[in-house]
Design a protein around this ligand. Structure first.
Ligand code: GTR
Length: 408
């Protein structure tokens, strides 16, 4: 990842300011939330609305008439997996996204799925020459075989270490992915490309200050992939997990918050605007993220640059929006920019909502040691190493899914 610490970036616990977190279990009218009904009918919708208005922006209510067409099917990994590529066309001449789906070849019935966006095209997730090479715009990263913002054949399989598809299918799960740039290329162009223009009202040429940015568009895309997956007879529609690394982990959390069809949610080092508490200002701050990536959130979020304490929410409330569904938050010990402790503390502060809803919540009160995962209805680990998603992370996610879906 590109790290851009300021001179005064906080990397020392002693410099973390004191702060009060908004209570997820006190409604806006000051009333305590003491039962599941009050959470579901009153407080949860309030918090979701606060995140729409102040952080990620409103998403369009109307759906375009999307057609899903399977464009290719086959096998890979010596016959151990089945591959399916599906084109989702959002408008006849408009934007489209391609879903890549891998299933265990011998599943003998519908399987649970891990669904996540990727950074540089579906063809990067495994060295499989049949995956269509994405021709869209990519962020410049020479090391990933990208030249002049376009993928080359050298991109094929370059991020397979982040996907572990062989291990996932061996455990009886499927994997689905979409290139994030199919939904909105990851740069600030005033929302002229990607899916935003599809929803502009007459005379509108950029989202209003309370409307979605790029993360909103990416999360929306995960829900459209979910629309498809729910119709695929090889997929268990009640066991689809959203996952993502970093900016795409912010996205999986937002997708899980907005779309309760996601039955399990995974945040892999999602950091600022994801699982990390904004009020700690440790590592990346709200100001850093809004200045470096002005297109990710709604414009209103910029009001909270250097003013985190005035935010009506903090990120523990985003995690709480997943309750009571299984939620896994993962950090890495050298990933200071994402604030591992802030991610753990957000999971801990979401725990009361999970408990109110009758689940086990997070089974610890202290941050566990490195490489010592904990798993209740909320799971957490801090692994050794840097910002990434790797085989260790996947081993925990598979165990976590087995724990909650093991009865299949
Ligand atoms: C960084 C950004 C983080 C995180 C990361 C990534 O540059 O500051 O918020 O999203 O990128 O997505 O890898």
């Amino acid at each position: 990842m590109v790290i851009m610490p300021r001179e005064n970036t906080i990397y020392d616990e002693e410099q973390v300011p004191t702060f009060d977190l908004p209570d997820p279990l006190v409604a806006e009218d000051g009333q305590p939330v003491t039962d599941a009904g009050a959470w579901t009918q009153k407080r949860r919708p309030e918090i979701l609305q606060l995140f729409k208005t102040h952080v990620f922006g409103e998403m369009p209510a109307l759906l375009p008439d999307t057609s899903f067409v399977t464009t290719e099917e086959g096998h890979a990994l010596g016959g151990r997996v089945r591959r399916r590529q599906i084109n989702a066309q959002f408008a006849p001449d408009g934007p489209s996204m391609e879903i890549l789906l891998y299933l265990p070849a011998d599943s003998g019935g519908p399987v649970p799925i891990f669904l996540g966006l990727n950074f540089f095209g579906n063809h990067t997730v495994m060295l499989d020459p049949e995956i269509h090479l994405n021709t869209g715009w990519m962020r410049a990263e020479q090391k990933n075989g990208i030249v002049d913002h376009r993928a080359t054949i050298d991109s094929r399989g370059c991020l397979s270490s982040r996907w572990c598809i062989d291990e996932i299918v061996a455990r009886g799960y499927g994997v689905a992915t979409v290139y994030s740039g199919d939904l909105d290329p990851d740069y600030d162009d005033g929302y002229q490309n990607g899916i935003h223009p599809l929803f502009f009202r007459q005379g509108q040429n950029r989202p209003a200050p309370n409307e979605w940015g790029t993360i909103g568009a990416w999360a929306w895309g995960l829900s459209r992939a979910m629309d498809y997956l729910q119709t695929d007879a090889d997929v268990d529609p009640d066991r689809i997990a959203a996952f993502g690394l970093s900016r795409l982990g912010k996205t999986s959390l937002w997708a899980g918050a907005c779309d309760e069809r996601f039955a399990l949610v995974i945040s892999n080092e999602s950091g600022c605007g994801g699982a990390a508490l904004s009020r700690r200002r440790f590592g990346e701050t709200v100001k850093d993220i809004n200045e470096t990536f002005p297109h990710w959130f709604c414009d209103i979020f910029r009001r909270y640059n250097d003013a985190e304490d005035t935010l009506p929410v903090d990120q523990h409330m985003l995690l709480a929006l997943c309750a009571p569904r299984p939620l896994y938050v993962a950090s890495a010990v050298d990933d200071h920019w994402s604030d591992p402790r802030g991610e753990f503390l957000a999971a801990l502060a979401a725990d009361p909502v999970y408990r109110l809803l009758g689940t086990s919540g997070l089974p610890v009160e202290q941050m566990p040691a490195v490489d010592q995962p904990v798993m209740g209805r909320i799971g957490y680990h801090i692994r050794s190493g840097y910002h990434d998603i790797n085989a260790y992370d996947w081993a925990q996610y598979l165990d976590f899914a087995d724990l909650h879906w093991g009865d299949r």
